[in-house]
Write a protein that binds this ligand. Structure first.
Ligand SMILES: C[S@@+](CC[C@H](N)C(=O)[O-])C[C@H]1O[C@@H](n2cnc3c(N)ncnc32)[C@H](O)[C@@H]1O
Length: 215
């Protein structure tokens, strides 16, 4: 049964809550964990599931950020920050936790781009702040691995090659991407932990996230 209260469809908010719980689990968290922070940025929030779920249990610490929100969010009147993670124009030392799930780092093409995002998010973190990144890799590292695997092949045959890949090889390359992403940080003197998320969704392809304390 679909109940409507104050214009909010309760089955919709239950779906939202479930999606938010799965998102947070991949970052090693449950919804209640958000209550202990003053300011949490959900970067690349798109549908703002985490902020909506948090508000539904009176946790008001989450602010959604995205370089391009869907029209439904803009029209909803939610107070969001529309900005690229590279140039987030917030004061230094303001943020307790930055969640970056399947967003900014996932799409980086170059080392410089990854580095620019890392530094900008780091700048706005408080002294004991942390960024959590899921999946545990950077786009530019994945790009580099794909180039190595496919050197000498045309771009069309790359795609074929990827879909034909033995699952054992896919696993190997996924792990390699995670290991090289950790190395990328460690080579720059950045301390990082690679951890497994809380398994709420066994179908998730990627199990690990990165926890990067302010450096
Ligand atoms: C696949 S959605 C992820 C949505 C949600 N975080 C999740 O985990 O399902 C990726 C979102 O990241 C945003 N995004 C990608 N790169 C970004 C960047 N550099 N800065 C801010 N947002 C970015 C996109 O606009 C998009 O809305």
């Amino acid at each position: 049964m679909r109940e409507i209260s104050n214009g909010v469809d309760s089955s919709e908010s239950e779906d939202n809550l479930r999606r938010a719980e799965i998102m947070l689990a991949s970052l090693g968290m449950v919804l209640e964990d958000l209550r202990k922070f003053g300011l949490v940025l959900d970067i690349g929030a798109r549908g703002c599931e985490v902020e909506k779920a948090a508000r539904s249990v009176k946790i008001n610490s989450v602010v959604s950020v995205d370089r391009s929100f869907p029209k439904s969010i803009i029209d909803s009147g939610m107070k969001v920050i529309q900005s690229d993670a590279k140039n987030l124009d917030l004061e230094d030392n303001k943020v307790d936790l930055a969640l970056v799930r399947a967003s900014a780092y996932f799409y980086t093409q170059t080392e410089e781009e990854t580095w620019a995002i890392l530094n900008n998010i780091n700048r706005i973190l408080k002294k004991d702040g942390e960024q959590r990144i899921y999946p545990a890799r950077f786009g530019h590292i994945v790009n580099g691995i794909l180039k190595e695997i496919n050197s000498g092949r045309s771009e069309e045959s790359w795609i074929e090659g990827l879909s034909d890949m033995d699952p054992k090889d896919t696993n190997f390359y996924n792990n390699l991407a995670n290991i090289r992403s950790v190395e990328f940080l460690e080579q720059r003197g950045i301390f990082v932990k690679k951890r497994e998320g809380i398994t709420l969704n066994a179908n998730l392809n990627f199990k690990e996230y990165l926890a990067v304390p302010k450096f």
